[in-house]
Design a protein around this ligand. Structure first.
Ligand SMILES: [Zn+2]
Length: 467
C-alpha cells in the first residue's frame, strides 16, 4: 500500500506544530519533551525534537503547542453506534439479562434513528480524541431500509475514519439463541447483504475513510453455518472479520452445552482465528486460549468499562500482551458504557487491570497509550497508515491540553493524559484536516446532533412501548 507522492498538490499545504511534548508511539516509543511536527497535505512530513526545519513552503498554519502533548489519534476498535439512543436502560443487569431486556427495543431501529445515533456516538468520541472508529452493527430489522448506507452517510459528516463491521444474527430463540425471532435475518440474507456492503462501500486504498468487515454477532445469536460462510466471504473479499468472544461465564457455558467446547475452540473450528480477525472482550480465556490467539495473531478489542458495567470480569490483558496477542481498546456500545468516550478507557484499562492477577505490574501509562493508538491500528489492520506519529503516515493526531487546572501539576505528560482526568482536546486532525478545535467539533453542530438524537431516542422508546 503506497502513500501518495509528495508532489501531490494537496501534499504541499503545511501545518507546523511546535513547542509541545510528543509521544510518537513508534516501535521504540520515541518521545520528545519539546518537539515539532509538520503536516503536509494529509500526511505527516516530519516529527522530531526542537523547532521545525527552517524554510518550509506553503505553511498555512503555525501552532504554538506550549503546554500540550501530541499523540496519534485514538483508535476505537469496538462499538455499537445505534446504542446511543438506548443509554441508561437495564442498568443493573448482567450481559444475558441486559440483552434480553433490550433486544425488543433494538429490533425497532430504522435508518433515521441509526443516523442520529451514529452522529451522537461519533461526535462524542471525536471530541475526546478518536480519529478512527469501528462500529459493529448487527441489528437489521425487516423492512428497515439501507441501514449501512444511512450510517456511513451520517459518519461521513463527522469526519472520522470508519471500519463498519457489518454484523448479523440468524440464531433466535426458536433455534436455542438469545435474540427474539423477529430480530434476526436468514443466514443467506445476512451473507448476501454483507457481500453487498463490501462491494458498495469497502475502500482498501491508502488513507481510506471506510473499511467494511464481516461481523456475525456472537456465538449465542448466530448459526455455525453463518460463521463458516462468513469467514469464507471475508477471505474471498480480502476484508477483516470481527465478532464478540469469551465475554461472560454464561457464554462459555452456552458454548459447552451447544457445541461441546469453549468459545475459542469453537471459533478455531469455524475458521475464526487468524491475523485478519479481531474479537471483542475475550474476558474468559484460559492459557491455551491465549496461546491460540498468539499463535494465530488474532486481535482483541479490550472494553474495560463495558466489562465492568455488565459485571463480565477482567480480561487478562497483561498475559495477552506478554504472549504477543495484538490488543486495542474499545468503548463497546453505549447501552453498556454510557459515557461513550475512549480517552476514559485509557484510564480504566490501566486501573481495572491492576485489580486483576498482576496487580501494580499489570499495565503502565505508556503501555495503555499504545493500546489506544497503535494497538487499535493493529487490530483494524491499518498500521501502515495510522497508530503512530511517523513521517509518511496519515496526519491523524491529537493536541491534548495539559497545562490547565486538571493536569498542570503532573510533570510527565503521558502520565497526565492516562492517570488524570479526560484531557481537553485543543486540536484533532484527520487526514490533516481539523475535526476538533478548542474542544468543539468543527465538522457538525453538536447541539443539533444532541437534539436530533434525543428526539430519535424518544421516538424509539414510543414505538417499542407500543409493541
Ligand atoms: Zn459489543
Amino acid at each position: 500500500m503506497a502513500a501518495p507522492a509528495a508532489s501531490d498538490s494537496r501534499a504541499t499545504r503545511r501545518i507546523v506544530i511546535e513547542n509541545c511534548a510528543i509521544a510518537t508511539v513508534d516501535a521504540d516509543g520515541t518521545e520528545y519533551a519539546s518537539g515539532h511536527l509538520v503536516v503536509a497535505g494529509n500526511l505527516i512530513e516530519s516529527v522530531g525534537a526542537g523547532k521545525a526545519p527552517e524554510g518550509l513552503e506553503n505553511v498555512v498554519r503555525r501552532i504554538d503547542g506550549t503546554g500540550h502533548l501530541v499523540t496519534p489519534g485514538l483508535v476505537n476498535t469496538h462499538h455499537h453506534f445505534y446504542q446511543w439512543i438506548t443509554r441508561g436502560l437495564a442498568t443493573d443487569h448482567n450481559l444475558f439479562n441486559w440483552l434480553v431486556a433490550l433486544y425488543p427495543t433494538w429490533a425497532r431501529i430504522d435508518a433515521p434513528m441509526l443516523a442520529a445515533a451514529t452522529q451522537g456516538s461519533l461526535a462524542m468520541m471525536v471530541k475526546g480524541g478518536v480519529t478512527t472508529a469501528s462500529d459493529h452493527h448487527y441489528v437489521f430489522p425487516r423492512g428497515s431500509g439501507d441501514l449501512v448506507g444511512a450510517e456511513l452517510a451520517a459518519a461521513r459528516e463527522i469526519g472520522a475514519r470508519i471500519t463498519l463491521a457489518r454484523g448479523s444474527m440468524d440464531r433466535s430463540v426458536k433455534d436455542g439463541g438469545l435474540p427474539p425471532d423477529f430480530a434476526v435475518e436468514t443466514t443467506e440474507g445476512a451473507l448476501k447483504a454483507t457481500e453487498e456492503a463490501i462491494d458498495t462501500h469497502h475502500d482498501a486504498s491508502f488513507g481510506s475513510m471506510v473499511h467494511i468487515a464481516v461481523a456475525p454477532c456472537s456465538p449465542f445469536s448466530i448459526s455455525t453455518e453463518l460463521l463458516r460462510q462468513g469467514a469464507e466471504l471475508a477471505r474471498r473479499k480480502g476484508v477483516r472479520m470481527h465478532t464478540h468472544g469469551s465475554e461472560t461465564v454464561e457464554e462459555e457455558k452456552f458454548c459447552h452445552e451447544l457445541f461441546g467446547m469453549g468459545p475459542t475452540d469453537y471459533f478455531e473450528s469455524t475458521g475464526w482465528l487468524g491475523e485478519d480477525v479481531w474479537m471483542a472482550h475475550c474476558v474468559h480465556m484460559n492459557d491455551s486460549d491465549i496461546d491460540a490467539f498468539a499463535r494465530t495473531r488474532t486481535g482483541v478489542a479490550h472494553c474495560p468499562s463495558s466489562n465492568a458495567r455488565l459485571a463480565a470480569g477482567i480480561a487478562r490483558v497483561p498475559d495477552m500482551l506478554a504472549a504477543g496477542v495484538p490488543v486495542g481498546l474499545g468503548v463497546d456500545g453505549t447501552a453498556s458504557n454510557e459515557s461513550g468516550e475512549l480517552h476514559t478507557e485509557l484510564r480504566n484499562a490501566l486501573l481495572i487491570n491492576r485489580l486483576g492477577a498482576h496487580r501494580e505490574a499489570a499495565l503502565d501509562a505508556r503501555k495503555v497509550l499504545r493500546l489506544g493508538t497503535y494497538g487499535g491500528a493493529q487490530v483494524l489492520g491499518r498500521t501502515a497508515e495510522i497508530g503512530s506519529l511517523e513521517a509518511g503516515k496519515l496526519a491523524d493526531l491529537v493536541l491534548w491540553k495539559l497545562d490547565g487546572l486538571a493536569h498542570s501539576t503532573i510533570a510527565d505528560p503521558v502520565t497526565a493524559l492516562v492517570f488524570g482526568a479526560a484531557a481537553p482536546v485543543t486540536l484533532s486532525l484527520v487526514n490533516g484536516e481539523p475535526v476538533v478545535e478548542d474542544g468543539r467539533l468543527t465538522t457538525a453542530d453538536e447541539e443539533a446532533i444532541a437534539r436530533t438524537a434525543r428526539a430519535e431516542a424518544q421516538r424509539l422508546a414510543r414505538i417499542a412501548a407500543e409493541g
